[in-house]
Every structure is written in structure tokens, then in C-alpha cells.
Design a protein around this ligand. Structure first.
Ligand code: MTE
Ligand code: MO
Length: 156
């Protein structure tokens, strides 16, 4: 009984910890004019979700990602804009706006239905449906697959 209680407590505190970790983060989007928007995982959850199942170079098995298409967070951005995406560890990568599709990449907030802790490349990870096309299995696309994403700057 005590053991069960202790185990339950450990599991619960772990879950609460993960939630708090993910909730503490905001994805910041800075437009070139100076406007900025901030999104928590909870806020992204209120948007239309896209999910796909794919293998990745970072996971052993096929995984299902879900989240929001990046394009949905960048309405009305000119197609000649450039995005600079920045991670917690200061890794940064540029992507031309013209190469952001309607259905992918997505800002994934869940892998196999669970929020991703920072140590699991979360809480925001830009991912592509790699298995769907050989053109998504390139070094360029892998380099754009930025995890622990914290900021997107738009420049024109
Ligand atoms: N946050 C973050 N995302 C990142 C990177 C990184 O260092 N930090 N490396 C990128 C690069 S250059 C590639 S090719 C892929 C694969 O990196 P890996 O093979 O080191 O896992 O992840 C990309 N996403
Ligand atoms: Mo890379």
C-alpha cells in the first residue's frame, strides 16, 4: 500500500514537473516590424492540429508528431521573407518563407500523444513528415528540424 502510494506520488510529481516545464516556455515570433507574439503549448493546443507518423533520424521507431503548421503562425508574411529560428542552446537556422508549406513543417508539441520535455527535444520541435518524400531526407531538412525552439525572427 505504502509502496503503491509512493510510486503514485512519484509518477504524479513527474507528470506535474513535465507539465510545468513545458508550460514555462513560450515560443516567441518576432515580425520584422517589431510586433511579437508568444505562444505556450496550451495556446497552440487551441489551434487546428496536424499530425503525421514518420520515422526520424533521432528516434528508433516510427513516431507520431502533432502540432500546428508553422505557416499558420505566420499569417500574411511576404514570400520573400526569411525566417531565423533559434533554439535554447543558441543553435539557429534560416529558412526562406517561400519554403514553408501549408501542411508542413509543423511546430510539434507532442510526440506519440505526450508533450515533450526539454530533454526530449521539446517543448517545441519543428518537424517534417520525413518518410513521405525523399526530398525530406536531406541534410538541409534535417538542419531545419530545430528542437527546443524558442524564437522565430522574421526579416524581409
Ligand atoms: N536545437 C537544435 N536543433 C538542431 C541541431 C542543434 O544542434 N540544436 N542540429 C541540427 C542539424 S545541423 C542537423 S543535421 C540535425 C541533426 O542533428 P544531429 O544529427 O546532431 O542530431 O538537427 C538539427 N537541429
Ligand atoms: Mo547538420
Amino acid at each position: 500500500m505504502l509502496r503503491t502510494l509512493a510510486a503514485t506520488f512519484l509518477i504524479l510529481s513527474h507528470l506535474v514537473g513535465e507539465r510545468a516545464a513545458a508550460n514555462g516556455f513560450e515560443l516567441i515570433i518576432r515580425a520584422s516590424g517589431g510586433d511579437e507574439a508568444r505562444y505556450t503549448v496550451g495556446e497552440l493546443d487551441t489551434r487546428e492540429q496536424v499530425s503525421f507518423t514518420t520515422s526520424t533520424i533521432w528516434t528508433n521507431d516510427v513516431v507520431t508528431f502533432s502540432g500546428v503548421p508553422l505557416k499558420d503562425l505566420l499569417p500574411d508574411m511576404p514570400s520573400n521573407a526569411t525566417l531565423t529560428l533559434v533554439a535554447l542552446n543558441d543553435y539557429a537556422i534560416s529558412i526562406p518563407m517561400a519554403e514553408i508549406g501549408f501542411s508542413y513543417p509543423i511546430v510539434a508539441t507532442r510526440m506519440d500523444g505526450s508533450e515533450m520535455a526539454v530533454r526530449d527535444k521539446g517543448p517545441f520541435w519543428l518537424v517534417y513528415p520525413y518518410d513521405s518524400d525523399a526530398s525530406l531526407q536531406t541534410e538541409t531538412i534535417y538542419a531545419r528540424s530545430i528542437w527546443q525552439l524558442i524564437e522565430i525572427r522574421v526579416s524581409e
